[in-house]
Design a binder for this molecule. Structure first.
Ligand code: PHB
Length: 390
């Protein structure tokens, strides 16, 4: 008798445990955040993680009655690793959203998993135009290289720059930057005598810069991914390119706020086009920068941080709107068409393309209060990705 009761109790407890667990699972909303936390792109991971945690600290971790759980994984920016981690997060952890993706090949590697599992994939960093077309579940909060490159190709010829050599990292975003800069610049009457490409892994800029020095264009247009800008700037200065009268222009990746303040005087006067500067003069940005720096030992947020912060907002708003019901398709629908004020300025997630629409600013590196900043001096409003064919 005694034995039977015990057994019954155990069975009842097991049942209770199982349903309790199911309830707990039901009340958890999981975000699988895959970032390069080590390796060549580690600054991107560090910035986005900090921004995501700041968002949660500011907005709480309970949304629509669900406990939001951030599951951070380091893919070391190796696409095969990204794919394996995404698979594990979907199958074992049953994440509601996949997010992060420091480089284009990582985002592309995961796109089929998002499609098969109907899991929204929020791209917070990668910026090749075509990523949003790789899966109908991709939503982007970073930017696209064509958005930034076209703005520079319009600005340069109006400012005495007629002859430009391009230097880009040889993969998706670099090829987008090169193509969109070159075609628009030539359309505007400019000339591009050489288009140079450097490898993504362990790049050595020296031989390319020597070549540029010999060609002596009005300017060198650069795209390198976040984290590589300081090396380009240093070698540009060491070779005396600025003294030889060659200007440096590019998308804002090269004057990345994560590194800019340590680049030294060679960076002064460099003009770039981009969607975010930590020096953006709005109340929303000042608050964001102050709180980000307070939470991260003074680290200045860069454009990657803003992609992560806005990505968290898009996820939170979608969860709020759906009340956590309806799965991946409902969440995705609620992500489309969102409009909000970001630290970068106004942002719109185009419902048709699932891509970000935002302002592109022209900025010049200047010293402000003893620090180097990308100081915005002009704006092109509500720029859609020019790379979209549809
Ligand atoms: C990308 O791989 O898509 C990428 C990475 C870093 C950037 C821009 C684009 O700064």
């Amino acid at each position: 008798m005694h034995k039977r009761t015990l057994l019954q109790t155990a069975a009842a407890l097991a049942l209770l445990g199982a349903s309790g667990l199911a309830m707990a699972q039901d009340n958890v909303f999981k975000i699988g955040l895959i970032l390069p936390m080590t390796g060549q792109q580690a600054t991107t991971g560090r910035q986005i993680e900090a921004a995501a945690r700041l968002w949660m600290a500011q907005n709480g971790d309970t949304v629509a009655g669900k406990k939001v759980q951030l599951i951070l994984k380091d893919d070391t920016s190796v696409p095969d690793v990204t794919r394996r981690l995404a698979q594990e997060l979907v199958v074992n952890e049953k994440v509601n959203v996949l997010a992060g993706f420091g480089i284009t090949p990582s985002a592309l590697a995961v796109a089929p998993i998002a499609t098969q599992s109907k899991t929204p994939l929020v791209v917070m960093a990668a910026a090749t135009s075509s990523i949003t077309e790789a899966s109908p579940y991709v939503v982007r909060t970073s930017f696209t290289l064509p958005q930034a490159a076209v703005a520079m190709a319009d600005w340069a010829p109006r400012n005495g720059i007629k002859n430009v050599v391009t230097l880009v990292t040889d993969y998706g975003p670099g090829l987008d930057a090169e193509r969109f800069f070159k075609s628009r610049f030539e359309f505007n009457g400019g000339k591009v005598p050489e288009a140079l490409r450097v490898p993504l892994r362990n790049p050595d800029f020296a031989p390319f810069l020597q070549k540029v020095r010999d060609l002596k264009p009005d300017a060198l247009f650069v795209f390198v991914p976040s984290g590589a800008g300081a090396a380009v700037m240093k070698q540009f200065g060491e070779r005396g390119m600025d003294k030889a009268g060659i200007r440096l222009i590019g998308t804002g990746d090269v004057t990345d706020d994560d590194q800019l303040n340590d680049m030294g005087d060679v960076a002064l006067g460099v003009v770039t086009s981009h969607h975010y500067s930590a020096y953006h003069q709005s109340a929303a940005n000042k608050k964001f920068v102050a709180e980000f720096q307070k939470a991260n030992k003074g680290m200045r947020p860069n454009f990657m941080a803003v992609g992560g912060y806005d990505g968290m907002r898009v996820i939170y708003e979608a969860l709020k709107k759906t009340g956590g019901k309806g799965g991946g398709d409902a969440l995705l629908a609620a992500m489309k068409g969102q409009i909000f004020e970001s630290p970068r300025g106004p942002v719109f997630i185009d419902a048709q393309t699932r891509d970000v629409v935002h302002n592109i600013y022209l900025r010049k590196v200047e010293k402000k209060d003893g620090q180097l900043h990308n100081v915005e001096f002009d704006v092109i409003k509500d720029v859609k990705d020019p790379g979209k064919t549809k």
